[in-house]
Design a protein around this ligand. Structure first.
Ligand SMILES: [Zn+2]
Length: 197
Protein backbone atom coordinates (compact mmCIF):
# COMPACT_ATOMS: atom_id res chain seq x y z
CA UNK A 1 0.00 0.00 0.00
CA UNK A 2 1.12 3.57 -0.49
CA UNK A 3 0.18 6.79 1.19
CA UNK A 4 0.39 10.30 -0.19
CA UNK A 5 3.27 11.37 2.07
CA UNK A 6 5.34 8.38 0.95
CA UNK A 7 4.54 9.10 -2.69
CA UNK A 8 5.52 12.75 -2.23
CA UNK A 9 8.90 11.80 -0.79
CA UNK A 10 9.68 9.85 -3.93
CA UNK A 11 9.42 12.90 -6.12
CA UNK A 12 12.28 14.49 -4.17
CA UNK A 13 14.57 11.59 -4.95
CA UNK A 14 16.47 10.74 -8.08
CA UNK A 15 14.23 8.62 -10.30
CA UNK A 16 15.08 4.94 -9.88
CA UNK A 17 14.15 1.73 -11.59
CA UNK A 18 11.29 -0.09 -9.85
CA UNK A 19 13.17 -3.35 -9.50
CA UNK A 20 15.76 -4.55 -7.03
CA UNK A 21 18.33 -7.19 -7.91
CA UNK A 22 19.58 -9.25 -4.97
CA UNK A 23 20.89 -12.79 -4.63
CA UNK A 24 20.49 -13.16 -8.40
CA UNK A 25 16.69 -12.77 -8.13
CA UNK A 26 15.08 -9.68 -9.58
CA UNK A 27 11.71 -8.75 -8.22
CA UNK A 28 9.53 -6.21 -9.89
CA UNK A 29 6.28 -4.84 -8.63
CA UNK A 30 3.53 -6.34 -10.73
CA UNK A 31 0.87 -3.91 -11.83
CA UNK A 32 -2.81 -4.06 -12.69
CA UNK A 33 -3.45 -6.42 -15.59
CA UNK A 34 -0.82 -8.93 -14.49
CA UNK A 35 -2.68 -12.19 -13.78
CA UNK A 36 -0.56 -12.98 -10.71
CA UNK A 37 -2.44 -10.25 -8.88
CA UNK A 38 -5.67 -12.25 -9.27
CA UNK A 39 -4.30 -15.49 -7.82
CA UNK A 40 -4.91 -16.63 -4.27
CA UNK A 41 -1.65 -17.05 -2.36
CA UNK A 42 -0.71 -20.38 -0.75
CA UNK A 43 -0.27 -20.56 3.02
CA UNK A 44 3.28 -20.68 4.33
CA UNK A 45 4.01 -24.10 5.84
CA UNK A 46 7.75 -23.89 6.31
CA UNK A 47 9.73 -20.94 7.66
CA UNK A 48 13.24 -21.33 6.31
CA UNK A 49 16.20 -19.26 5.19
CA UNK A 50 14.64 -18.82 1.76
CA UNK A 51 11.49 -17.29 3.23
CA UNK A 52 13.48 -14.93 5.45
CA UNK A 53 15.47 -13.84 2.39
CA UNK A 54 12.22 -13.27 0.49
CA UNK A 55 10.93 -10.96 3.24
CA UNK A 56 14.22 -9.00 3.22
CA UNK A 57 13.86 -8.56 -0.51
CA UNK A 58 10.23 -7.52 -0.09
CA UNK A 59 11.30 -4.76 2.31
CA UNK A 60 13.90 -3.57 -0.19
CA UNK A 61 11.32 -3.42 -2.99
CA UNK A 62 8.78 -1.72 -0.71
CA UNK A 63 11.18 0.97 0.56
CA UNK A 64 12.45 1.66 -2.92
CA UNK A 65 8.95 2.10 -4.39
CA UNK A 66 8.29 3.73 -1.80
CA UNK A 67 5.37 2.16 -0.02
CA UNK A 68 4.26 1.30 3.51
CA UNK A 69 3.10 -2.27 2.83
CA UNK A 70 3.77 -5.00 0.26
CA UNK A 71 2.22 -8.42 -0.28
CA UNK A 72 4.28 -11.24 -1.82
CA UNK A 73 1.78 -11.60 -4.67
CA UNK A 74 2.73 -8.07 -5.78
CA UNK A 75 6.17 -9.35 -6.74
CA UNK A 76 4.76 -12.52 -8.26
CA UNK A 77 5.32 -14.85 -5.29
CA UNK A 78 2.18 -16.82 -4.43
CA UNK A 79 2.76 -17.11 -0.69
CA UNK A 80 0.72 -15.64 2.14
CA UNK A 81 3.32 -13.14 3.25
CA UNK A 82 3.17 -9.41 3.68
CA UNK A 83 5.57 -6.83 5.06
CA UNK A 84 4.91 -3.35 6.30
CA UNK A 85 6.57 -0.40 7.93
CA UNK A 86 4.54 2.31 9.58
CA UNK A 87 6.52 4.73 11.72
CA UNK A 88 9.65 2.57 11.94
CA UNK A 89 7.66 -0.52 12.85
CA UNK A 90 9.12 -3.04 10.39
CA UNK A 91 7.06 -6.21 10.52
CA UNK A 92 6.32 -9.42 8.63
CA UNK A 93 3.04 -11.34 8.91
CA UNK A 94 2.53 -14.81 7.45
CA UNK A 95 -0.84 -16.45 6.79
CA UNK A 96 -2.80 -13.40 7.95
CA UNK A 97 -6.51 -13.56 8.63
CA UNK A 98 -8.85 -10.80 9.64
CA UNK A 99 -10.88 -12.29 12.46
CA UNK A 100 -12.86 -9.25 13.60
CA UNK A 101 -13.74 -5.89 12.13
CA UNK A 102 -15.84 -2.96 13.25
CA UNK A 103 -16.67 0.66 12.53
CA UNK A 104 -16.18 2.63 9.33
CA UNK A 105 -13.33 4.80 8.13
CA UNK A 106 -12.68 6.67 4.90
CA UNK A 107 -9.12 6.84 3.60
CA UNK A 108 -7.45 7.89 0.34
CA UNK A 109 -5.86 4.53 -0.42
CA UNK A 110 -2.98 3.94 -2.81
CA UNK A 111 -1.53 0.71 -4.19
CA UNK A 112 1.95 0.01 -5.57
CA UNK A 113 0.29 -2.23 -8.17
CA UNK A 114 -1.99 0.62 -9.28
CA UNK A 115 0.53 3.45 -9.46
CA UNK A 116 -0.70 7.01 -9.86
CA UNK A 117 -4.23 6.44 -8.58
CA UNK A 118 -5.54 7.05 -5.08
CA UNK A 119 -9.03 5.95 -4.18
CA UNK A 120 -10.99 7.34 -1.26
CA UNK A 121 -12.68 4.23 0.10
CA UNK A 122 -14.76 3.24 3.06
CA UNK A 123 -13.69 0.16 4.99
CA UNK A 124 -13.90 -1.04 8.61
CA UNK A 125 -12.02 1.23 11.01
CA UNK A 126 -10.78 -1.35 13.47
CA UNK A 127 -9.75 -4.93 12.87
CA UNK A 128 -8.15 -7.84 14.63
CA UNK A 129 -5.68 -9.70 12.46
CA UNK A 130 -4.20 -13.07 13.32
CA UNK A 131 -1.17 -14.64 11.68
CA UNK A 132 2.29 -16.06 12.25
CA UNK A 133 5.57 -14.19 12.63
CA UNK A 134 8.95 -15.24 11.24
CA UNK A 135 9.71 -17.15 14.47
CA UNK A 136 6.70 -19.34 13.77
CA UNK A 137 4.67 -17.94 16.66
CA UNK A 138 1.03 -17.02 16.35
CA UNK A 139 0.53 -13.26 16.61
CA UNK A 140 -2.53 -11.08 16.91
CA UNK A 141 -2.71 -7.37 16.27
CA UNK A 142 -5.52 -5.00 17.00
CA UNK A 143 -5.32 -2.20 14.49
CA UNK A 144 -7.14 1.06 13.97
CA UNK A 145 -7.37 3.54 11.08
CA UNK A 146 -4.19 3.56 8.90
CA UNK A 147 -2.74 0.31 10.24
CA UNK A 148 -6.14 -1.40 9.99
CA UNK A 149 -6.44 -0.12 6.42
CA UNK A 150 -2.99 -1.43 5.54
CA UNK A 151 -3.79 -4.89 6.92
CA UNK A 152 -7.07 -5.05 4.98
CA UNK A 153 -5.36 -3.90 1.78
CA UNK A 154 -2.54 -6.46 2.04
CA UNK A 155 -4.84 -9.35 3.05
CA UNK A 156 -6.92 -8.47 -0.03
CA UNK A 157 -3.80 -8.85 -2.20
CA UNK A 158 -3.16 -12.32 -0.78
CA UNK A 159 -6.71 -13.23 -1.78
CA UNK A 160 -6.27 -11.87 -5.30
CA UNK A 161 -8.39 -8.78 -4.59
CA UNK A 162 -7.44 -5.30 -5.80
CA UNK A 163 -9.05 -1.95 -4.98
CA UNK A 164 -10.89 -2.15 -8.33
CA UNK A 165 -12.64 -5.29 -7.06
CA UNK A 166 -14.13 -3.33 -4.15
CA UNK A 167 -16.03 -0.99 -6.48
CA UNK A 168 -19.39 -1.05 -8.18
CA UNK A 169 -19.18 -1.71 -11.96
CA UNK A 170 -19.64 2.04 -12.67
CA UNK A 171 -16.96 3.06 -10.18
CA UNK A 172 -14.64 0.44 -11.57
CA UNK A 173 -15.08 1.69 -15.13
CA UNK A 174 -14.27 5.23 -14.02
CA UNK A 175 -11.30 4.08 -11.92
CA UNK A 176 -9.80 1.97 -14.72
CA UNK A 177 -10.24 4.84 -17.19
CA UNK A 178 -8.40 7.19 -14.82
CA UNK A 179 -5.67 4.62 -14.23
CA UNK A 180 -5.16 4.12 -17.96
CA UNK A 181 -5.00 7.89 -18.51
CA UNK A 182 -2.41 8.24 -15.73
CA UNK A 183 -0.35 5.36 -17.18
CA UNK A 184 0.51 7.45 -20.22
CA UNK A 185 1.98 10.24 -18.09
CA UNK A 186 5.46 10.63 -16.61
CA UNK A 187 6.02 8.65 -13.40
CA UNK A 188 6.45 11.80 -11.32
CA UNK A 189 3.20 13.43 -12.53
CA UNK A 190 0.64 14.21 -9.82
CA UNK A 191 -1.47 11.17 -8.98
CA UNK A 192 -5.18 11.04 -9.75
CA UNK A 193 -7.72 10.81 -6.97
CA UNK A 194 -11.08 9.12 -7.10
CA UNK A 195 -13.70 9.53 -4.40
CA UNK A 196 -16.02 6.61 -3.88
CA UNK A 197 -17.68 8.11 -0.80
ZN1 LIG B 1 -1.81 -2.75 -3.07
Amino acid sequence: MTMMTAAKRSSDQTPTCQSVALHSVTYEIRTFGDPVLKAIAEPVTNIDEKLVRLTDEMFDVMYKAPGIGLAATQIGVQRQVFVYDIEEERKVILNPQIVESSGEWVYDEGCLSIPGLYVEMLRPKRILVRGINLDGNQVEFEADELLARLFQHEVDHLNGVLMFDRMTPDQRREAVTLYRAREGQPKDAEPYHLKLV
